[in-house]
Design a protein around this ligand. Structure first.
Ligand code: HEM
Length: 242
């Protein structure tokens, strides 16, 4: 077992714990946070069924972003769909035998890699060149975009420039899952790709990328507009009425 294998194996266990533990912690915090006022962005559906549909349109189509900016919607939606395809393509490294759907998605995942990096580059250019957006951009806004671009670029570099032993890379990943460690190829581009992914996993629960679970807890989106049908009474106000 090489030192590189041991360092990367331990690193992946640590960052997986950070990612899962951090997400659980944050989501528990969101779930506990009171939302005492009805503040759905109107027009909003009056029933729970409508809220589920509205949330689905928001999550799948980015509806409100579409209404506010076609450019950002185009780039943002393209990035997210491409990322989903890229991750589906990567499932081949974590499954044996590879599922039929994952085999089917392989070429689309590859086209999506280019779309993903291009969309990220567009989103980053917006933060650099649009003065109004540059003014409100924080270092972490830039950092997350650069991190994702670097992950995509090193992935594409492996595919087209500096090939790695993907069979051995897969054996390493499966070995981590089954606690039966296998050697990791020490190709620099693969090591950088994996180290960047680990950095993304570790920082995810403390980053703006928390909008992924956070959207489901957003009161302006997850509430029904039923304040005329139902009276909302806080517990202390109910006490006063007695
Ligand atoms: C956030 C997570 C990740 C993203 C966004 C990402 C992105 C990419 C992209 C865009 C490519 C180029 C297209 C392709 O060949 O598929 C790629 C290639 C690759 N990725 Fe990832 N990756 C991620 C995680 C991982 C992980 C956890 C592994 C561990 C096995 C991995 C291993 C590889 C390998 C071996 C290649 C080269 C494929 C080839 O040469 O055909 N990636 N990655």
């Amino acid at each position: 077992m090489t030192a590189v294998t041991i360092v990367f194996a331990l690193m992946f266990y640590v960052v997986t714990a950070l990612l899962l533990g951090g997400l659980a912690w944050k989501i528990a915090g969101y779930a506990r946070t009171p939302a005492p006022l009805r503040i759905p962005t109107t027009p909003a559906p009056p029933h729970a069924r409508g809220v589920v549909l509205r949330m689905a349109r928001e999550v799948v189509l980015f509806e409100s972003l579409f209404k506010s900016s076609k450019w950002i919607w185009g780039l943002g939606w393209l990035f997210h769909v491409a990322l989903a395809l890229v991750l589906l393509r990567h499932l081949r490294y974590f499954t044996e035998p590879v599922w039929a759907a994952v085999a089917l998605v392989q070429p689309f995942g590859l086209y999506a890699s280019f779309a993903m990096v291009a969309a990220l580059a567009g989103l980053w250019a917006r933060r650099i060149f649009v003065e109004r957006i540059r003014y409100i951009s924080t270092p972490s806004d830039h950092l997350m975009l650069v991190l994702l671009i670097a992950i995509g670029a090193t992935g594409l570099a492996m595919k087209y420039v500096a090939h790695t032993d993907i069979v051995a890379a897969k054996a390493f990943m499966l070995g981590l899952l089954y606690f039966d460690w296998q050697p990791l190829p020490a190709d620099p581009v693969l090591l950088v790709h994996l180290a960047l992914v680990a950095a993304l996993m570790a920082t995810f629960p403390a980053s703006k990328l928390l909008h992924a679970p956070g959207i489901f807890f957003s009161p302006t989106r997850n509430q029904a507009d039923d304040s005329r049908e139902r009276r909302h009474l806080s517990s202390w106000a109910a006490e006063l009425e007695r």
